[in-house]
Design a protein around this ligand. Sequence first.
Ligand code: SAH
Length: 265
Amino acid sequence: MIHFVGAGSGAADLITVRGQNLLAQADVIIYAGSLVNPELLRVKKEGCLVYNSATMTLEDVMAVMEEAEKQGLTTVRLHTGDPSLYGAIREQMDCLQKKEIPFDVCPGVSSFCGAAAAIGAEYTLPGVSQTLIISRMEGRTPVPQREAIKSLAVHQASMVLFLSTGLLDRLQGELMEGGYPPDTPAAIVYKATWPDERKVFCTVETLHETAQKYHITKTALILVGRFLEGEYERSKLYDPSFATEFRAAQETRAAEEKRADKEQT
Ligand code: SAH
C-alpha cells in the first residue's frame, strides 16, 4: 500500500494526525527533501527505509514503491504542503494504477494557507474579493496561454503565485498589464510556518525590487490583492440582523431604539 501524504507547509507540527500516524507506521518513506521539513521524519519507526526524492526520477520513485509492494511493505510518499497542488502526484498514481498497486491520499496544509496564517490575512473578504486565484508564472513548465497571468489579472481577485519568485520582473509587468493598479498591495512570504519564515509587504509595482532587496529568490509565495489592506464589509454570517440555519436574526441596536421610541410615543 502506498500513502501519499501532505507534509504541511513547513512547521513540523502542521502535518495532520492521520499523516503523522501513517509516517509512524511506514516501512518506507520517500520524501521531497527540497521542501519537506526533515524533523517530520523523527516519528519513523526503527528500520524504516528513507529516500529523498530530490535526487530521484519518477522511474526511481516507482522502482522503490514497486519493490516495497513486492515485499508487502507500507510506503509513505511525503509531499510538501498539500499534494494536489504542483505535487506531480497524478503521474505517480497513474503508474501505480497500471501496476495495480493500491494507494490513497492524505491531504496537507498547503503553503498558501500557511502564508495567510503567517500574515494574518483572509483571502475572501466581502466587498473586496470572493475569489482566490492560484497560479504560477510560466517557467520550464508551460502554462496554457489562456491562463496567462495577464488574463487572470483582469479580475483583480485575490491571487497567490507559486513557483514564481525568480520571475518577479515579468510577473509584476503581467499583473499590471492585466489590470491590477500598480499600487495594489502585495506580499512575499518566504518559508511560511518554518522557523526562518520571513514576510515582506510591498505593492505590485515593487515586487521585483523588494525581493531583490531582501534577497528572496525561492521558496516563497507571492500574494496579491486588496485583501492585504484597506476597507472591507463585515460578514453577513455573523451579522446580528442576518438569520442563518442556526441562528435567528436579532434586531440591530438602531432598529431596537427606533421601536422603543415608537412605543413611547
Ligand atoms: N504542494 C505544495 C506546493 C509545491 S510547489 C503546497 O501545497 O504548498 C513548491 C512551491 O511552493 C515553492 O516554489 C514555493 O513557491 C511554494 N512553497 C512551498 N512551501 C512554501 C512555504 N512554506 N512558504 C512559501 N512558499 C512555499
